[in-house]
Design a protein around this ligand. Structure first.
Ligand SMILES: *[C@@H]1O[C@H](CO)[C@@H](O)[C@H](O)[C@H]1NC(C)=O
Ligand SMILES: *[C@@H]1O[C@H](CO)[C@@H](O)[C@H](O)[C@H]1NC(C)=O
Ligand SMILES: *[C@@H]1O[C@H](CO)[C@@H](O)[C@H](O)[C@H]1NC(C)=O
Ligand SMILES: *[C@@H]1O[C@H](CO)[C@@H](O)[C@H](O)[C@H]1NC(C)=O
Ligand SMILES: *[C@@H]1O[C@H](CO)[C@@H](O)[C@H](O)[C@H]1NC(C)=O
Ligand SMILES: *[C@@H]1O[C@H](CO)[C@@H](O)[C@H](O)[C@H]1NC(C)=O
Ligand SMILES: *[C@@H]1O[C@H](CO)[C@@H](O)[C@H](O)[C@H]1NC(C)=O
Ligand SMILES: *[C@@H]1O[C@H](CO)[C@@H](O)[C@H](O)[C@H]1NC(C)=O
Ligand SMILES: *[C@@H]1O[C@H](CO)[C@@H](O)[C@H](O)[C@H]1NC(C)=O
Length: 421
C-alpha cells in the first residue's frame, strides 16, 4: 500500500501486448520444502501449491515475541500459508535516540557516510524471530528489500544520503553508488535466510515507480524508457547470483505499458489511464518475461486510485474496474507462462469490503490465480505495552488491535474475514 496518491481513472478496452515476451529459464531443482514454480502454478515437493495469504508489514515491529507467535498462530488457524512482510526498516541517525527510547525496530541507520547495519535485539534479531516463528506455523514469507515510499525508510533515504539534495527519486534505479548500496543490503538479508524454506520469495521493492511520495521523477524515467524494467532485470539477476533456489518477484503494482492505453471518462473528458500508459514506470508484461522474475504480482486499490468511480458521471464501478484488472493480469501471466498472485488489494469501509470482495476473490479463482493476499491482516488481543503502542507514522496498536489503515480486516469482522477462510 502506498501512502497517498492521485492518479487518473480507467477504462479497459482491448488488451494489446506491446512488448516482446521472453521465455524464462527453469531454475535448478530446489531443495525439499522450497516452493518453486511449474508453468502457471506453484509447486511444493512435487505437488501443486496454491494459497491464501495476507500482508503484515508490522510483524517485525512487535517487541513481544508472544504477540508475534500468537499472530502467526491465528493466521495459520485461518488457513493463511503465505505472509508478506517488510525486510527493511531504516532510520536516519538523527532518529536513533527516538528509536532507542521507544524500542522501535530498525535494521539500517543512515548518515552521510552511508548506512550501518543493526543486527542487535532491536534490529535483525526481530526479523529472525518472525522467520523462525513463521516456520513453527508452517507459514512462508515474502520478504521485501526496500520501499518506493517513505514508510519505514525506503529508496529516498538512499537517494538523500548518496545522491544528495535535489536528486530525483528515479536516481535510485540508475545511480551506480546507490545500486551497490542497495545490493549490499540485499546480500545481507539474502545470505541470512537463504537456506530457509520459510522464505517463499524475495521481493525487490514495494511498488517501484518513477516518483515517490517525497521526490519527483526526472524526465529520463518516462513511458518506454525501461528504467524500472532494466533495474528489475539487474536486481533479479543479482539476487539469483546469491541464491539459486528461492523465487524472486518484483513487488510492483502491475501497471501496464500498452501501445494503446485505455481511456476513461473524467469530468466529461476522455483521458489516458495512468495504469495502462506507462507513466508509473512499470511495464508489467515485459518485466514478467525476465528470466529471474519467477512469478507476477500486482496490487489493486481502485477506490483509492479512482475516487471518481461510483460517483455520478462515472460509467464504471470500483468492483467492475477490479474485475477487469484481475483479468488483465491473469491473461498476461497465462501468455508468459508464469504464476500470478494478487499480492495486495483493498477497499475502505466494512460494508464496501463485504459487498465487493466476494466478487473479486471469485474472479481470481476463476482466472487461475496461484495466490491471493489481501491487505492487510488485523490481529486483536496484542499484549505489547498493555495493548497500546505507537510505532511510526500513524501506525499503532490500539486496545490490542494491530494497525488500522482502513483496509485492515480484523478476525472478528466475519462478513469479510470468512471470504478468505
Ligand atoms: C509440472 O506439473 C505437471 C502437471 O501437474 C506435472 O506433470 C509435471 O511433472 C510437473 N513438473 C515437475 C518438474 O514437477
Ligand atoms: C524492547 O523489546 C525487547 C524485544 O525485542 C523486549 O524484550 C524488551 O522488554 C523491550 N524493552 C522495553 C523497555 O519495552
Ligand atoms: C532523513 O534525513 C534527511 C536529511 O535530513 C531528511 O531529508 C529525510 O526526510 C529524513 N528521513 C526520514 C525518514 O526521517
Ligand atoms: C555515521 O555513522 C557511523 C556509524 O555509526 C559513524 O561511525 C560515523 O561517525 C557517522 N558519520 C557522521 C558524519 O555522523
Ligand atoms: C466507459 O467509457 C469508456 C470511454 O468511452 C468506454 O471505453 C468504456 O467501455 C465505458 N465503460 C462502460 C462500462 O460502459
Ligand atoms: C469539471 O469540468 C467543469 C467544466 O469544464 C469545470 O468547471 C470543473 O472545474 C471540472 N471539475 C473538475 C473536478 O475537474
Ligand atoms: C465506500 O465506497 C464508496 C465509493 O467508493 C466511498 O465513497 C465510501 O467512502 C466508502 N466507504 C467507506 C466507509 O470508506
Ligand atoms: C480478544 O479480545 C476481544 C475484545 O477485544 C475479547 O472479546 C476476546 O475474548 C479476546 N479473545 C481472547 C482469546 O482473548
Ligand atoms: C472487533 O473487535 C474490536 C476490538 O475489540 C471492536 O472494537 C470491534 O467492534 C469488533 N468488531 C466487530 C465487527 O465485532
Amino acid at each position: 500500500m502506498r501512502s497517498v496518491l492521485a492518479v487518473s481513472l480507467f477504462g479497459l478496452a482491448g488488451l494489446t501486448f506491446a512488448s516482446p515476451l521472453q521465455s524464462h529459464s527453469e531454475r535448478s531443482e530446489v531443495p525439499s520444502g522450497f516452493v518453486t514454480t511449474n508453468g502457471t502454478s506453484f509447486q511444493l515437493d512435487g505437488e501443486p501449491f496454491a494459497f491464501v495469504g495476507t500482508n503484515s508489514f508490522w510483524l517485525p515491529l512487535l517487541t513481544s515475541e508472544d504477540d508475534v507467535h500468537m499472530t502467526l498462530e491465528t493466521m495459520a488457524a485461518a488457513g493463511v500459508e503465505v505472509v508478506r512482510t517488510w525486510g527493511f526498516n531504516a532510520i536516519n541517525a538523527s532518529e536513533l535516540e527516538f528509536a532507542t527510547s521507544t524500542n522501535l525496530t530498525y535494521y539500517q541507520v543512515w548518515n552521510s557516510s552511508g548506512w550501518t547495519l543493526n543486527e542487535g535485539p532491536q534490529g535483525l534479531q526481530r526479523l529472525d524471530y518472525v522467520v523462525s516463528a513463521a516456520a513453527m506455523h508452517d507459514i512462508r514469507l515474502i520478504i521485501t528489500f526496500t520501499n518506493n515510499w517513505v514508510g519505514y525508510g525506503g529508496a529516498d533515504l538512499y537517494v538523500n544520503w548518496l545522491a544528495g539534495a535535489g536528486a530525483t527519486h528515479d536516481t535510485f534505479f540508475t545511480d551506480p553508488t546507490i545500486i551497490s548500496s542497495y545490493q549490499q543490503y540485499v546480500q545481507t538479508i539474502v545470505n541470512r535466510y537463504k537456506d530457509s524454506p520459510t522464505v517463499f520469495a524475495w521481493e525487490l521493492m514495494n511498488e517501484a515507480r518513477c516518483t515517490s511520495d517525497l521526490l519527483a521523477s526526472s524526465a529520463a524515467c518516462h513511458p518506454g524508457s525501461g528504467t524500472l524494467g532494466l533495474w528489475y532485470q539487474q536486481q533479479s539477476d543479482y539476487v539469483r547470483s546469491l541464491d539459486p533456489y528461492h523465487m524472486i518477484t518484483t513487488g510492483g503494482e502491475g501497471e501496464f505499458y500498452w501501445a494503446q492505453p485505455d481511456e476513461y471518462w473524467y469530468n466529461g473528458t476522455l483521458v489516458s489511464d495512468y495504469n495502462f500508459n506507462g507513466e508509473a514506470g512499470e511495464d508489467f508484461e515485459w518485466t514478467l518475461g525476465l528470466p529471474n522474475i519467477d512469478f507476477g504480482v500486482y496490487h489493486m486499490y481502485p477506490q483509492t486510485w479512482y475516487p471518481e468511480l461510483d460517483y455520478p458521471g462515472s460509467n464504471f464501478s470500483v468492483e467492475e474496474w477490479g474485475l477487469d484488472w484481475i483479468e488483465a493480469h491473469a491473461l498476461t501471466a497465462q501468455m508468459v507462462g508464469k504464476p500470478i498472485v494478487i499480492e495486495e488489494f483493498g477497499a475502505t469501509g466494512l460494508d464496501n469490503k463485504t459487498a465487493i470482495y466476494p466478487a473479486w476473490v471469485q474472479r481470481t479463482l476463476d482466472t487461475n490465480h496461484a495466490g491471493i493476499m489481501w491487505w492487510q491482516w488485523g490481529q486483536l488481543n496484542l499484549t505489547e505495552d498493555g495493548g497500546n503502542q505507537a510505532f511510526k507514522y500513524t501506525d499503532a496498536i490500539v486496545n490490542g488491535a494491530s494497525p488500522n489503515d482502513g483496509f485492515t480486516v480484523y478476525t472478528n469482522q466475519t462478513s469479510v474475514f470468512d471470504v478468505f477462510t
